[in-house]
Design a protein around this ligand. Structure first.
Ligand SMILES: C[S@@+](CC[C@H](N)C(=O)[O-])C[C@H]1O[C@@H](n2cnc3c(N)ncnc32)[C@H](O)[C@@H]1O
Length: 288
């Protein structure tokens, strides 16, 4: 099976722009040297991030950047950080969590054991949000969460569960708007400029390295969270990842994607029924 669609192969008579050729070569070099495949990420996203990196590192061309990436591993880690975009927050889009509580939780309560895959979990704020919600709904004890990302640095932060106090007011506001049943401060202790989330929340969470582009299905799960990740992928890659999710989910399992993302016009549009169209909560159909 072809692993990605190359622009070079599809260019026929019209010549490609030089910077587009440089971009293709850079992505190929990164894949060959480091095994990270960004070739089917959205071109607009790649261009934006690579142009920023050129400016920040005072480089003139993508070819110069490619040379540096190939010979300097620490520079590659910087580029990886640039391309992975780890922006996140606790109870991000509180309306989503409220809808999830109202429309999904009662169904989850019918299961004796629950398995959850949280893909593209970044530094873990969303994972802790889900763990708190499940705890308040008496579901955490029977739930196993696999929280994955391809960026090892963010996974290390996620495992610690330590966040800056600066963000906590926003997170507490989100928590309340998301239908939180107590106070967010019930779940952490403050120390200096940081807060440390309660270890009881992470008892059933495994944080693991998983690349949605190159790795396969690793577990059968009842619920998948993958929010604000597909937006960085092109259609081909979105379909690949949605295929992974569909194969991973049990029948009538739930899929939650970002509010700016969509199943419409993908190969899996007809494999799910919407539970909340606006909040992008879907249920896998019995027959897919
Ligand atoms: C914008 S963050 C979203 C974090 C969180 N889900 C949220 O909505 O707040 C995108 C995350 O996807 C991860 N990511 C990007 N490409 C990935 C890939 N191929 N495999 C696994 N994770 C990936 C990034 O490292 C980053 O942590």
């Amino acid at each position: 099976m072809q692993s990605y669609k190359t622009n070079i192969a599809t260019v026929s008579k019209e010549a490609m722009d030089t910077s587009d050729i440089e971009m293709e070569l850079l992505l190929q070099a990164v894949n060959l040297k480091y095994g990270y495949d960004f070739r089917n990420y959205s071109k607009a996203h790649l261009k934006r991030r690579i142009n920023q990196r050129l400016q920040l590192s005072s480089l003139n061309t993508i070819s110069e950047l490619q040379n540096k990436v190939l010979w300097d591993k620490s520079f590659f880690r910087t580029l990886l950080q640039d391309l992975s975009i780890n922006v996140t927050e606790m109870f991000r889009d509180p309306e989503f969590y409220l809808a999830f509580r109202k429309k999904v939780v009662s169904d989850l309560k019918t299961y004796a054991r629950l398995k959850v895959w949280h893909a593209g979990c970044s530094t873990g704020e969303e994972v802790f949000s889900l763990a708190i919600l499940l705890k308040e709904e008496d579901l955490l004890g029977r739930t196993q969460i696999y929280a994955t990302d391809f960026n090892k640095n963010v996974l290390e932060s996620a495992k610690l569960g330590i966040y800056s106090k600066k963000e906590i007011d926003l997170y507490a506001k989100n928590y309340t708007e998301a239908g939180g049943k107590g106070k967010l401060s019930d779940y952490y202790t403050s120390k200096y400029g940081s807060v440390l989330f309660d270890k009881s929340l992470t008892k059933n969470i495994v944080f693991a390295d998983h690349n949605l582009v190159t790795d396969g299905v690793f577990a059968e799960v009842n619920l998948i969270f993958c929010r604000n990740v597909l937006i960085y992928f092109d259609k081909y890659l979105q379909n690949r990842v949605l295929g992974l999710f569909t194969n991973s989910l049990t029948k009538r399992g739930f899929l939650c994607i970002g509010t700016k993302e969509n199943l419409r016009f993908t190969d899996y549009e007809h494999s799910y029924s919407p539970i909340d169209k606006k909040m992008k909560i879907y249920k896998k159909l019995q027959i897919t």
